[in-house]
Design a protein around this ligand. Structure first.
Ligand code: NAD
Ligand code: TDX
Length: 339
């Protein structure tokens, strides 16, 4: 099988490539990535010259380049991870989110229609369902929960999902969609909650918790997400949406305290800062469908996954230090300087 994996130099896409190469070593992977601020070729350094792997620097919105690649490679499967993924950045400037996340998705699917594929898989998010109240722990998102988005990021991802379903119904494109909860693990870009808190704590810097810190996220170890997508590609039903989540809801403040404890840092580093605009209160995925129909279950317990993740950041300063020394400094100053 030959796959084009878009966004494979980012957090989940790179973990997916590593997963797929070890689970299906005979398959060929072409990683298509624009290498935005969030993409890191260093993540893929060990496999750049490997047989059955090719890296192509390109923008999913660049129709002629995408078509030329499909014409040359004739992929069987396309897995689309490429996206602008950070909610805070989408609040500052939505435009690139609309371009990459919506238009880019349509260019990829047009290429799939033109050159023929056996599956187009769209990597979506639980954020398309909006949020749930904190005082109703019985409520969870199912695949039937109506779309109800909060941020420009989630609105762009929901728009892409609607387009994917439209291409299935209108053109018969063989699509699947996965909507996953918050991932954590190796190669997570330092702007996101868990790596940001680990790296700041290591430097004895303030730990900026938005609002009261009681917002709840449902955390899943990235490898479990990758296995879920693998299963959907092999056994999922075309035209279907699958929710992916690990029943692991945690308040932000508890995660930050846990990181302080694990690193032997004082909780006095925690600083409550101005809340995110439109901040979703709680996400909670009901993964019953993927369990029932495809037999998927998460394998990594949060206690083990967070330990592995913290150890990974402790041992991979060579990966994150160049990132935080670069453009990230300006970003951090702009987002947190006067917060
Ligand atoms: P990320 O920001 O770490 O990586 C995104 C990758 O896409 C980067 O390598 C970047 O260079 C690339 N990219 C961006 N724009 C591109 C373009 N126009 N053309 C080609 N490549 C481009 O993101 P992530 O956290 O790995 O998320 C991957 C996907 O999973 C996204 O679609 C996101 O919406 C979804 N998702 C993420 C989470 C999470 O917790 N991180 C949870 C659910 C779903
Ligand atoms: O400095 C911070 N302080 C803080 O309190 C940051 C960066 C975040 N937070 C809070 C906001 C959220 O409630 O932590 C929570 C997690 O924030 P993020 O890491 O930015 O993730 P989130 O907004 O939940 O979105 C993530 O999960 C769903 C991914 O970034 C999305 O791409 C995915 O779709």
């Amino acid at each position: 099988m030959k796959l084009i994996v878009t966004g494979g130099a980012g957090f989940i896409g790179s973990n997916f490539i590593f997963h797929w190469r070890s689970a299906h070593p005979e398959d060929q992977i072409i990683c298509l990535d624009k290498l935005t601020y969030a993409g890191n070729l260093s993540t893929l350094k060990d496999i750049l010259d490997a047989p059955n792997f090719k890296f192509v620097k390109a923008d999913i919105c660049d129709r002629p380049t995408v078509y030329a690649l499909f014409e040359e490679e004739k992929p069987d499967v396309v897995v689309n991870f490429a996206a602008e993924s950070h909610v805070d950045r989408s609040i500052e400037d939505p435009s690139i989110f609309l371009k990459t996340n919506i238009l880019g998705t349509s260019v990829l699917m047009d290429a799939c229609r033109k050159y023929g594929i056996t599956r187009y898989h769209q990597v979506s998010t639980d954020e398309v369902y909006g949020d749930l109240p904190l005082d109703r722990p019985d409520l969870m998102f199912t695949e039937e929960t109506p779309i109800h988005t909060s941020s420009p990021y989630s609105a762009s991802k929901a728009s892409a999902d609607l387009l994917v379903l439209a291409y299935h119904r209108t053109y018969g494109l063989p699509v699947t969609i996965s909507r996953c909860s918050n991932n954590y693990g190796p190669y997570h870009f330092p702007e996101k909650l868990i790596p940001l808190m680990i790296i700041n704590a290591l430097h004895d810097e303030k730990l900026p918790v938005y609002g009261d810190g009681k917002n709840v996220r449902d955390w899943l170890y990235v490898e479990d997400h990758c296995r879920a997508i693998d299963l959907i590609i092999h056994k999922g039903k075309v035209g279907e949406i699958y929710n992916v989540g690990g029943h692991n809801e945690m308040a932000n403040i508890d995660i930050v305290k846990l990181i302080c404890k694990a690193l032997g840092k004082p909780e006095s580093l925690i600083e409550h800062v101005t809340d995110r605009k439109g901040h979703d209160r709680r996400y909670a995925i009901d993964p019953a469908k993927i369990h029932r129909e495809l037999g998927w279950l998460p394998e990594t317990k949060f206690a083990d996954g967070i330990k592995k993740t913290i150890d990974w950041y402790l041992n991979h300063e060579d990966w994150w230090q160049p990132i935080i020394d670069g453009e990230y400094q300006n970003y951090y100053q702009q987002m947190y300087g006067n917060r």
